[in-house]
Design a protein around this ligand. Sequence first.
Ligand SMILES: C[S@@+](CC[C@H](N)C(=O)[O-])C[C@H]1O[C@@H](n2cnc3c(N)ncnc32)[C@H](O)[C@@H]1O
Length: 350
Amino acid sequence: MEALHAEEDLQSQALIWNHMLAIVDTMVLKCALKLRLFDAIHSHTSTNHQISLAELATSLTIPPTRISTLHRILRYLAHMRLLNITDEETYTLTIAASVYLREGSEKSHAPVVRYLIEEDMLAAMHGLDSYLVEEGMALPIERVRGEKFFEWAGRDEGLSKRFDDAMSCSTRSMIQAVVRGRGMVFSGVKVVVDVGGGTGNVGRAVVEAFPAVKCIVYDLPHVVKEGKEGEGVVFQAGDMFVSVPPADAFLLSRVLHDWSDEKALEILMRCREAIVGEEGKLIIVDTMIAENDSKDMQHIKLAYDILMMTYVGGKERTEKQWRSLLLQAGFSRCAFTRIMALQHVIEARP
Ligand SMILES: C[S@@+](CC[C@H](N)C(=O)[O-])C[C@H]1O[C@@H](n2cnc3c(N)ncnc32)[C@H](O)[C@@H]1O
C-alpha cells in the first residue's frame, strides 16, 4: 500500500515538474534558432547532413570552453526529438526539425517561436492572473502595451511584419490540406473575398490552387499596402466591422478565433449581408476543438485558446459553439470537415 502511495506520489511530482519545466523546451528551441543550429547541421552536406560535435562547434563559432555546453544543448534537443544522435556520436536533424525549424525551409516555423517569446508577449502572459480576478481590466496585452493588439500592429511596422511572417509559415501547408481535404469548397466560386486576408498569402495560394477563382484580399490599410497584387488577386482596404465588398463567397481564414463571440458575430453578419446569389457561401478555415482530437492536437488547441484570450481577446470554439454563432448570424446550413491541419473547414450558407 505504502509502495503504491509512493509510486503515485512520484508520478504526481513528475507531472508537475514536467509542467513547470515546459518553458525550458521553448527557451532551448529559441537558443538553437538564434544560433541557426538546425541550418548548420543541414548544410553539412559532405557527410550526408551528419555532423560531429567538433564540426558543429566550428560551424557555429563556439569557443572551446563552451563545447561541453553545446553538447548538453544537443542532448536536450535530441530528447525533444529534434535531433538524432548516431552511434558514432554525430548529429542529424529529425524530419520535424528539418522541415519546420530550418530558416531555409519554406515551411519554417522559426518566426512563430520568435514572435511568441517577444518580451511584450511574455509580459502579457504574466498578466493572466490579474486579468482573471480584476473585473473590467483590459486584456493582458493591452495592459502591457496600452493599446489593442491590432492597433499596435497598425502603428509598428516591425510587429506587423513579424506577425505576418509568423502567420505565413503555416499558410502553404494549411491551404494544401484544404485542397486535399475539401477541394470542392471553391468549385463554382467566381469571386471570393478573403476577409482579414493579411498580405495575401492565403489568397494567392487559393488562386494558385483554383485558377478559376478571383480573390479580393480585404484587410486594414496598413496591412494591404504591403500586399503584392498578382494574377487573380487584388487588394482592398477596409474595416470588416463596418462592411465587406459584395461577392459570391467569403473566406475567413484564422480570423474569427481572434475575436470574442460578440465581435465574431459582427464580422459574420457583415459577410451575411454582402453575400450575392443563391449559391453564395462562407468558407471558414479555423480551429475547432473536436471530441475526437488526438491528445497532442487537443493540447495545441487549448494552449492556443489561452494565447488568443491573452493577446486579442479571442477564443477557440467547439462545433456546438461554431454552429450557434453561425446560426445567430443567419447561416442555417453548416458543414464541418476535418483536414490534415490544425484547422477545420466550415462551409456555411444562409
Ligand atoms: C490572424 S490574421 C489572419 C491572416 C490570414 N487570413 C491568414 O490566415 O493567414 C488576422 C487578420 O485580420 C486582420 N484584421 C484585424 N482587424 C481587422 C479589421 N477591423 N478589418 C479587416 N481586417 C482586420 C489583421 O490585420 C490580420 O491580417
